[in-house]
Design a protein around this ligand. Structure first.
Ligand code: COA
Ligand code: AMP
Length: 629
């Protein structure tokens, strides 16, 4: 069957399609059907089943006689460590850690925050939670203490599992003081913490609260897998929304297992035992789905890479890893390739390596620009598949179904909708638009298995954020179009979310931090085009009247404030002081036009603008930053 037939088979009988995909999962009790729609527009999948994620990701491969197969390859050019962990070893490590957590009272449904860098122990912590039916929430290491505190208060974890430090090129990220600071700031206090002490930094342990990772597991009874219901939350992953309060995306257990397993062959085209590598971070959805769960559920070998595309030690690192570990399918963000291309435009470093084992490159996380795709196609000599998805969906909404049928690549398009997704382009009134017309991208409900059923503790926000604008649809927050051949094009966000180096960030959250500075009366943050990172945030500050300070000082302070409160990952480095912000007569800041001015694009003067002269002032301010040429 080709893509068209598979997609039609899903359209004709979605339940049969997903029940068939569900046969690849080992259930404790099989589901009686796939979709539960009694609470529409909230949907559940495989709700009446009993299953365990860790069993499917680890134990079943050992029981099937594949215990000696490598589950995880840890390759850390930052520390020089390379290590292989077999499925059998992974099972005993995870069972022991789960046993230790259970001995301290962690049970099904309890939340556990994981704050760890790219080490295998991060995956073990995730799997140990899954083994017990505990709900993990991994927090990315590039966030500051305040962001961690917000997550602690929202998901109220019984325990936090962290590492003593992370390693960025030339800099040790001191996780433990960040963790201590976050616990101090948060109203909710975890009962205990487990700290994985890395050789690079041994952290101080708080007597009575903190336990050393190894000592904590000494002499405990390993834990068996605890069956959970199909709709039990597997994890919560916070992502940026319009405001400073992150959204806690809930991932349901049954659908997650079925969908991720389906994607490994049908999208990523790997067979059991093949090596699959996603060069992302466990703190992002790509890391959840394709460093940890997807490859392991499907019985692949996954690569945990602790390094950067450049500088660890050079722009040939990715090629070395692909050759050395025999990587079949490779997934990264376009930014990473742009960084490599900038250092090694002619791909000279590629010639030192034999990457003939690689079958395809997959890109996602941000718009893949044509130059980067063409460069990768030419230099790497493999098909380059852009695919589009979100934290909310957990797997590709649109992609090239290479394992079913490799469709012709159209540069600039992440190809076609995956089975499960009825993607439509809607106008402001919610009416479907014609091929080639630009509109809001929406997905007809229900979303497929594995996608978010709700937001943690925030059902109303879930409905308002995703289900209200277009009744009967899920609002993706992206705008784009579909061409005559059904190929989708993603053009821009319709909200204030920006994408910096493949990292999803909220300009609203940054504005909240700037507005908190005592001298700032009003502010705006926009995402301007950046050759390396896709977008970069720029802040505009209006100071309180009477403030007579060196503007550069205020800028320095707000830059530090964002770094301290949101984290280095915000990459907030540029801000200017202006007298006024351009607004509509009703007071709405015209951020879209400011972006166009910064990027040197044409714009139409809105009829509702309060005072057009302000746009010239903005242009001058941006020119001071080297933009708006
Ligand atoms: N822990 C702590 N700090 C982190 C971090 C982490 N896990 N990840 C990034 N940071 C820090 C960086 O050190 C940097 O700090 P600095 O301001 O002191 O230099 C800051 O956050 C911004 O990081 P980033 O935007 O990633 O820029 P960079 O200049 O360090 O690196 C790239 C540029 C292109 C090499 C890098 O962004 C990259 O590899 N991108 C790929 C992104 C990706 O895989 N995204 C996942 C979605 S698929
Ligand atoms: P995240 O939730 O961090 O994965 O970010 C999701 C958002 O990133 C999407 O809503 C898009 O705006 C953007 N995005 C992800 N993949 C792509 C892609 N292939 N092309 C264009 N934008 C993308």
């Amino acid at each position: 069957m080709g893509y068209k037939e598979v997609y039609e088979a899903w359209q004709q009988d979605p339940d049969a399609f997903w029940m068939q995909a569900a046969e690849a999962i080992d259930w404790v009790e099989k589901p009686s059907k796939a979709l539960f729609d009694d609470n529409a527009p909230l949907y559940e999948w495989f709700k009446d089943a009993q299953v365990n994620t860790c069993y499917n990701a680890v134990d079943r491969h050992v029981e099937a006689g594949n215990g000696a197969r490598t589950a995880i390859i840890y390759d850390s050019p930052i520390t020089g460590i390379k290590q292989k962990i077999s499925y059998a070893q992974l099972r005993s490590r995870v069972a022991r850690l789960a046993g230790a957590l259970r001995a301290r009272g962690v049970e099904k449904g309890d939340r556990v925050i994981i704050y760890m860098p790219m080490v295998p122990e991060a995956l073990e912590a995730m799997l140990a939670c899954a083994r017990l039916g505990a709900v993990h929430s991994v927090v990315f290491g590039g966030f500051a203490a305040h962001e961690l505190a917000v997550r602690i208060d929202d998901c109220t974890p019984k325990a936090i599992i962290a590492a003593s430090c992370g390693l960025e090129p030339g800099r040790v990220v001191h996780y433990k003081p960040l963790l201590d600071g976050a616990i101090e700031q948060a109203e909710h206090k975890p009962e205990f913490c487990v700290i994985f002490q890395r050789e690079e930094e041994v952290a101080h342990l708080e007597e009575g609260r903190d336990h050393d990772w190894h000592a904590f597991q000494y002499g405990v009874q390993p834990a068996e897998c605890v069956p959970v219901e199909g709709d039990h939350p597997a994890y919560i992953l916070y992502t940026s929304g319009t405001t400073g309060a992150p959204k806690g995306v809930v991932r349901p257990t049954g659908g997650h297992l079925v969908a991720l397993n389906w994607t490994m062959k049908n999208i990523y085209n790997v067979d059991r035992g093949d090596v699959f590598w996603a060069a992302s971070d466990v703190g992002w959805v790509v890391g959840h789905s394709y460093i940890c769960y997807g490859p392991l559920i499907h019985g692949n070998t996954t690569v945990v890479f602790e390094g950067k595309p450049i500088g660890t030690p050079d722009a040939g690192t990715f090629w070395r890893v692909i050759e050395e570990h025999n990587v079949r399918s490779f997934f990264t963000a376009p930014t990473a390739l742009r960084a490599i291309k900038r250092e090694d435009p002619k791909g000279l470093l590629l010639r030192d390596y034999d990457i003939s084992c690689l079958r395809a490159l997959y890109l996602a996380g941000e718009r893949a620009d044509p130059d980067t795709i063409e460069w990768a196609q030419r230099e790497m000599g493999v098909p380059v598949y852009d695919h589009w998805w979100q934290t909310e969906t957990g797997w590709a909404i649109a992609g090239n179904p290479a394992g079913i049928e490799a469709l012709p690549v159209k540069i600039g398009s992440p190809t076609v909708a995956m089975p499960g997704y009825d993607v439509q382009i809607l106008d402001e009134g919610g009416h479907p638009m014609k091929p080639g017309e630009l509109g809001a991208i929406a997905v007809k409900l229900p979303l497929p298995p594995g996608t978010l059923p709700t937001l943690w503790n925030a059902e109303e926000r879930f409905r308002k954020s995703y289900l209200t604008t277009f009744p009967g649809y899920y609002e993706t927050g992206d705008a784009g179009m579909i061409d005559e051949d059904g190929y989708l094009y993603i053009m821009a966000r319709t909200d204030d979310v920006i994408n910096v180096a493949g990292h999803r960030l909220s300009t609203g959250a940054m504005e909240e931090v700037l507005a908190g500075h005592e001298d700032v009366a009003e502010c705006a943050v926009i995402g301007v085009s950046d050759a390396l990172k896709g977008q970069a945030p720029v802040g505009f500050l209006c100071l309180n009247s009477g403030v007579d300070r060196d503007e550069a000082e205020v800028v320095k302070e707000v830059v530090k404030r964002v770094r301290d409160q949101i984290g280095p990952v915000a990459a907030f480095k540029l801000a200017v002081v202006v007298d006024r912000l351009p607004k509509t007569r009703s007071g709405k800041i015209l951020r879209g036009i400011m972006v166009k001015i910064a990027d040197g694009q044409d714009y139409k003067m809105p009829a509702t603008i309060d005072d057009p002269a302000i746009l010239d002032e903005i242009k001058v301010a941006l020119q001071r930053l080297g933009m708006a040429k």
